[in-house]
Ligand binder design. Structure first.
Ligand code: C6P
Length: 424
């Protein structure tokens, strides 16, 4: 059935909130949270796929297109300078958000996938040799598997996979054992989208660095849930997507340490990434423009800056504490449902409740929940090896953001009980 979307409904005041954190007020900033679906209030629990956008982000994008629209780094005219300032100013905001040392370590990309491909195609192509190894974990999203498979195939290098436990935790001992003189790069997810596991990336990076191996962290599922400090982590690359951080789609960030980015060849050729072109030879632009060929997604960058400003106003520590409480509440509720098995029970988790049910396929759960207005994702979550590891074809996945409430968790549990009734 086609979803009935668009009708606004009144907000129910939230019954609970942590001291100093009021999701009921925050929810008013998100127009999409006021729609009805199949005549029911939307309970949006698909935040790992993409987050809803606050009015501040929508306004920033509209303001850009209505008052500032122009190309960047190209025009001497007023609007071009306004757009250029907005674009480059956003880079400074991202740099502060990640606590990177320099603005030029921030490369705007199309998203996490694009950032990882950039590193694979540029760093990987330059430094990988036959017999070298790239290490990933068994809980990677396809975006942090396939780009490495592609470059490893081309270079006749090998992909090594760190195993995980039945709880979905990384085998750090195995990881340490796998690091060797052949390891050229480690690429690991910070927070698993399919399990919610928070990986010990700081320890992983320290272990890799002890062998002189650089580490790329896939931060797609982490930046919206807790503070990230790339200097404290000491990671070499960190990639994330704007749309999972309450910003627009089609925009993302790749952080890279300056000395690594400096040594890497451009990923794509075109406008803005050059300093001089003749038919004989092209000289490339300085960082970060060397990696930003063509007209960038200026409106996306403006929207991303507004999203970061919004998140910082709420406070990432507050978000982390609030969501930890919400996840604990949801875990308790779901664990009490007969026939429900949580996939991913790591001690340190963020954002995600993935589960399967006896006798009901994940897609059927997703469909019945949808009829109750509860939006979850059902499927392999672009992490097929994780499904294989747990011996399931798919899971249903509820994923939270700071605007979700305990009432949303109650609605989820109620809708699951409905699914059980339907399939009884
Ligand atoms: N995961 C999910 O529903 P892009 O598509 O480039 O914005 O992000 C890719 C990506 C990379 N790494 C992780 C850990 C991710 O979770 C994702 C996107 C979404 O889980 C869509 S498949």
């Amino acid at each position: 059935m086609k979803p009935v979307v668009g009708q606004r409904i009144a907000e129910e005041p939230c019954q609970e909130c942590l001291v100093g954190f009021g999701p009921e007020k925050i929810r008013q900033d998100f127009p999409a949270l006021r729609v009805t679906v199949h005549g029911k209030p939307l309970v949006y629990l698909d935040n790992a796929a993409t987050t809803q956008k606050p009015q501040a982000v929508l306004d920033a994008v509209v303001r850009y297109y209505t008052q500032e629209n122009s190309n960047v780094h190209r025009g001497v005219h007023f609007l071009s300078q306004v757009a250029t300032q907005a674009y480059d100013g956003a880079r400074t905001r991202v740099r502060r958000f990640l606590n990177a040392a320099h603005d030029h370590e921030i490369v705007f990309t199309r998203g996490t996938t694009d950032g990882i491909n950039l590193v694979a195609q540029s760093y990987g192509r330059k430094y990988l040799r036959a017999g070298d190894e790239v290490i990933v974990t068994a809980m990677e999203h396809h975006s942090n598997i396939v780009p490495w498979q592609m470059i490893c195939d081309e270079k006749r290098a090998n992909l090594k996979v760190v195993p995980i436990t039945d709880a979905g935790e990384l085998r750090l001992d195995e990881y340490e054992r796998m690091l060797s003189d052949r390891t050229r790069l480690v690429a690991a997810v910070h927070v698993s989208n399919a399990l919610g596991t928070v990986n010990p990336v700081r320890e992983m990076i320290a272990l890799a660095h002890a062998r002189g191996v650089p580490v790329l962290v896939d931060g797609a599922q982490s930046v919206s849930h807790a503070p990230v400090d790339v200097q404290a982590l000491d990671c070499d690359f960190y990639a994330f997507s704007g749309h999972k951080l309450f910003g627009p789609t089609g925009i993302g960030v790749l952080y890279g340490k300056a000395e690594l980015l400096e040594a890497m060849p451009p990923y794509q050729g075109g406008g803005d990434m050059i300093s001089a072109v003749t038919f004989e030879k092209t000289l490339y632009n300085t960082l970060p423009y060397k990696f930003e060929a063509g007209t960038p997604h200026i409106a996306g960058v403006v929207g991303l800056a507004a999203a970061i400003e919004y998140v910082e106003r709420i406070g990432r520590k507050q978000i982390a504490a609030y969501e930890a409480d919400l996840l604990a509440y949801g875990t308790e509720l779901l664990s009490a449902i007969p026939g429900l098995r949580l996939i991913g029970t790591a001690k340190d988790k963020a954002g995600v409740l993935s589960f399967v049910m006896d006798g009901i396929h994940a897609h059927d759960i997703g469909t019945i929940l949808d009829m109750e207005g509860v939006a979850v994702r059902a499927g392999h979550h672009c992490a097929m090896p994780v499904m294989k590891r747990f011996g399931v074809p798919a899971t249903a996945r509820a994923s939270v953001a700071f605007y979700n409430t305990r009432a949303d968790m109650d609605a989820l549990a109620k809708a699951i009980h409905k699914a059980i009734e339907v399939f009884a």
